[in-house]
Design a protein around this ligand. Structure first.
Ligand code: SF4
Length: 212
């Protein structure tokens, strides 16, 4: 598989927030390959498969072995863009008893064959420019152990997300994350408290700390 980078940091968002975590960033993004990267993407260096390093699951395990048996978050790029390789890596990781969370962009169907693997689906809000790339069927396949995330830049994003939540009966917990330099965080908290109190607001801890 093509890997963009592997690093050890603090998990900044969602259910794993605050845990020391190994991040494995897959190279290649299907949306960027289609010529339609998200407008606010901050990992442009992950878009191309060509820039990734070829690694086997064994090599990845060796590389992360120096960290304690801490949780793993697989991110991208878009990990499902290399689905077969991703499954092989997840099998290898779960054999080491690590918890594995995969961040995906909402355009490709996750797999649920490995119970230990959970998903964070980052549905693309209108401000991303990719709202039409969302695969909304995913909303009904997500489980209570997964999470559904919306990055919010403005009211238009928030009202779109509320409409999706109201119309699709997802079992996954819902997380709203402010687009860091764009969305007023207190304003987002007010909207969530008034309009969607079953959801959580997640402020990116890694950005507060200036970490990766
Ligand atoms: S899907 Fe992720 S990696 Fe791809 S362009 Fe959007 S934010 Fe960037």
């Amino acid at each position: 598989m093509k890997i963009c980078e592997i690093f050890y940091s603090i998990s900044g968002e969602g259910k794993s927030v605050g845990y020391p975590t190994v991040f494995i960033r897959f190279a290649g993004c299907n949306l960027a390959e289609l010529g339609s990267p998200c407008k606010w993407c901050d990992t442009e260096y992950s878009w191309s498969m060509d820039k990734g390093t070829e690694m086997s699951p064994k090599q990845v395990l060796e590389k992360i072995g120096k960290y304690w048996n801490c949780p793993v978050i697989i991110t991208g790029g878009e990990p499902l863009h290399q689905k077969d390789e991703l499954i092989k890596l997840c099998i290898a990781l779960t054999r080491t008893s690590r918890t594995v969370e995969i961040e995906t962009n909402g355009s490709l169907e996750p797999f649920y064959s490995l119970q230990e693997v959970t998903w964070t689906v980052d549905m693309k809000t209108p401000s991303s420019g990719n709202v039409r790339k969302n695969n909304l069927k995913i909303l009904q396949s997500l489980r209570p152990v997964d999470q559904l995330k919306f990055v919010i830049s403005d009211w238009s994003d928030f009202s779109w997300a509320i409409n999706i939540i109201d119309n699709y009966n997802t079992k996954a917990p819902i997380v709203f994350s402010p687009n860091w330099n764009v969305m007023n965080k207190k304003q987002l908290v007010e909207w969530v408290m008034k309009q969607c109190p079953k959801a959580r607001v997640s402020i990116q801890l890694h950005k507060i700390l200036g970490a990766n």
